[in-house]
Design a protein around this ligand. Structure first.
Ligand code: MG
Length: 335
């Protein structure tokens, strides 16, 4: 019964979680929150993670009722993500592995989201929509890889929402996307915004720069409210995602759709995807913020699968990488 500790810190969340044979024993997380109007930079985020991570590991072991000797392996996020925060987490993982004499497992962050989603949604062979602040991908499993069927050509959908929040000076607590979602519920006017789908790919940078250009005058003249802007950005961006996801389901003949990543918490996106899935006789597997948002348990779960198949990472090969595509990983634990 391998018990795996997973450490995550590729963006502004840092987490430690413990998984044992398909059960999440603990999942602790801390989030670096910036003031309204500001994003987060690698330096301050990495200092935040450095301050929090050891306490989170201790708490995760405590919640699980385990001692270090009960841990069979240490999984950590190798990438993709922000360099300095990834490096902090990798250093802690390497240290614990050597201190406790346990194998180290380097995990692809996107694969972590997928494996956690598969576990929670009990999904066998889903099409995956992975939407977050750093990633936007439509993924399907084929010939031992999580293959990318469609993706953003520029910024991630979550980055687009975060930057709309920044433009409107919306709070980043608990997350900018959550607050944009709440404001969108009070919007009444749908503004026409750039809708960019190219085959299976989407683009959000034109939508964002258009919103940045027109919003000040719309608000000043009273032609639209900040709530209307939130509503319109969500409706447009999510419609683009639903379109490519539906095409992906048709191509892959998937009967399950797995929604993962921080934007996957959004109730409006879930509702739109649920309508699409229902019309195709498919099942939507969504999750809540405990597991959608970056966390340590998802890294532990992917690490558990890898460890089970005999994978581990030598210390001298345990470097991080900011660019690490989902389809680079050979998925030996599925057939
Ligand atoms: Mg993520």
């Amino acid at each position: 019964m391998p018990t795996v500790l997973g450490l995550e810190g590729s963006a502004n969340k840092v987490g430690a979680g413990v998984v044992r044979d398909g059960r999440v024993l603990s999942n602790r997380r801390a989030t670096y929150v910036t003031p309204p109007g500001h994003g987060f930079a690698p330096g301050p985020v990495s200092r935040h993670h450095r301050e929090k991570l050891l306490g989170l590991v201790e708490a995760a072991l405590g919640d699980a009722g385990l001692r270090p000797a009960d841990i069979d392996g240490i999984a950590f996020t190798k990438g993709p993500g922000m360099g300095a925060p990834l490096a902090v987490v990798a250093a802690v993982a390497r240290t614990l592995a050597q201190l406790w004499g346990r194998p180290l497992v380097a995990v692809n962050h996107c694969v972590g989201h997928i494996e956690m989603g598969r576990l929670l949604g009990a999904a066998r062979d889903p099409l995956v929509l992975y939407v977050s602040g750093g990633n936007t991908q439509v993924i399907a499993f084929s010939r031992r890889r999580y293959r990318i069927f469609g993706e953003t050509l520029d910024i991630a959908v979550g980055n687009c929402l975060d930057r709309v929040a920044r433009l409107l000076q919306i709070s980043n607590d608990p997350s900018p996307g959550y607050n944009v979602e709440q404001m969108a519920k009070r919007g009444t006017r749908l503004l026409e915004l750039p809708y960019v789908v190219k085959g299976m790919d989407v683009s959000f940078s034109g939508l964002l720069s258009h919103v940045e250009a027109v919003t000040p005058s719309l608000l000043a003249s009273g032609a639209a409210t900040a709530e209307d802007v939130c509503l319109s950005v969500q409706e447009t961006a999510f419609a683009m995602l639903v379109e490519v996801t539906e095409r992906g389901m048709a191509l892959s003949r998937a009967k399950e759709l797995l929604l993962v990543g921080g934007v996957g918490c959004n109730g409006r996106l879930q509702a739109m995807l649920a309508v699409m899935c229902a019309s195709r006789g498919a099942r939507l597997c969504a999750s809540d913020e405990r597991f959608c948002v970056d966390n340590g348990a998802m890294i532990a779960q992917a690490g558990w699968e890898m460890l089970r198949c005999g994978h581990s990472t030598e210390i001298h090969q345990s470097g991080i990488t900011q660019r690490y595509r989902t389809d680079e990983v050979e998925v030996t634990w599925r057939d």
